[in-house]
Design a protein around this ligand. Structure first.
Ligand code: PGA
Length: 269
């Protein structure tokens, strides 16, 4: 696990965008796993700027989002499809037909969505780069604590803590779903590379569990310790509870020197 501690949330976005661009340089037809939430917004804004400047193109890329609410009315502005359009898809040159979320059509059995989504990911050749945030409780996607580390895309019940964290995005009279369809932890672990972003002190405890805690279903992000290629980008506040911080800084400097000498991270595949 590469842990990179940066000054602030802007630096996290700039650094994250550079890694997405590096992937696209090597593989313009890359398959991305995208995340929603407050954290990746700045990353998407930065990538949209870079696309407008002609520095990057998503025209040959495909994407699969981590999760989607279950039970929202079609075209709800609260859906993660609507979020992705607003924050990213409508701002870049990605083909809308190549963007996927685990959506359940009205009347469809939600239990069928997961296996179908998994098959679509496989048919696309698997995810090259999965972008993740992390919940206060250590969740990735909507894999709440106690999710099986072997889980696949499926329906999940959200915890009261997650509902509360997300309630800020819903008006009082608006329906807030308690269920979602999310990629499972095993689905996420199959991505070839993973880029997790976390900013702000409210994430510090979850980040400590992810990087330094035991691998446990009670902190689903800790499963990433078993993945070969994970980069964790943190601002100072999110890194505040890490015990081995000096080592991560040292290792980052050494790795950067190696990459400058021998070429970039992604080229090695
Ligand atoms: P946030 O959500 O970026 O809005 O904090 C992260 C998550 O719950 O995965």
């Amino acid at each position: 696990m590469e842990v990179v501690i940066l000054k602030d949330a802007d630096d996290v976005a700039v650094h994250g965008a550079a890694l997405v661009e590096a992937m696209l340089r090597v593989k313009p037809q890359a398959v991305f796993g995208f995340a929603t939430g407050g954290t990746p917004r700045a990353l998407y804004r930065r990538l949209a700027e870079r696309q407008r400047a002609g520095e990057v193109s998503f025209s040959r890329s495909t994407s699969f989002n981590l999760d989607e609410y279950l039970g929202l009315p079609p075209d709800s502005p609260q859906s993660y499809r609507a979020y992705m359009r607003r924050e990213f898809f409508d701002r870049v040159d990605i083909d809308p037909a190549a963007t996927h979320l685990p959506e359940c059509a009205p009347g469809e059995d939600p239990q069928r969505v997961g296996p179908r989504y998994e098959a679509m990911i496989r048919e696309a050749g698997g995810i090259d780069l999965q972008i993740l945030g992390i919940g206060h409780n250590g969740h990735i996607g909507f894999n709440e604590p106690s999710s099986s580390l072997a889980s696949r895309t499926r329906v999940k019940t959200l915890t009261p803590r997650t509902l509360e964290a997300n309630s800020r995005l819903f008006d009082d009279d608006e329906f807030q779903p308690r269920l979602a369809i999310t990629m499972g932890i095993a689905t996420i672990m199959e991505a070839r590379r993973i880029l997790l972003l976390a900013t702000g002190e409210a994430k510090a405890a979850a980040v400590a569990g992810l990087v330094e805690g035991p691998v446990t279903a009670m902190c689903p992000a800790s499963a990433l310790q078993l993945h070969e290629r994970v980069t964790v980008l943190l601002d100072e506040a999110a890194a505040a509870k890490l015990r081995h911080r000096a080592y991560y800084d040292l290792a980052y400097r050494e790795n950067r020197a190696l990459k400058e000498r021998f070429g970039d991270f992604y080229a090695a595949d």
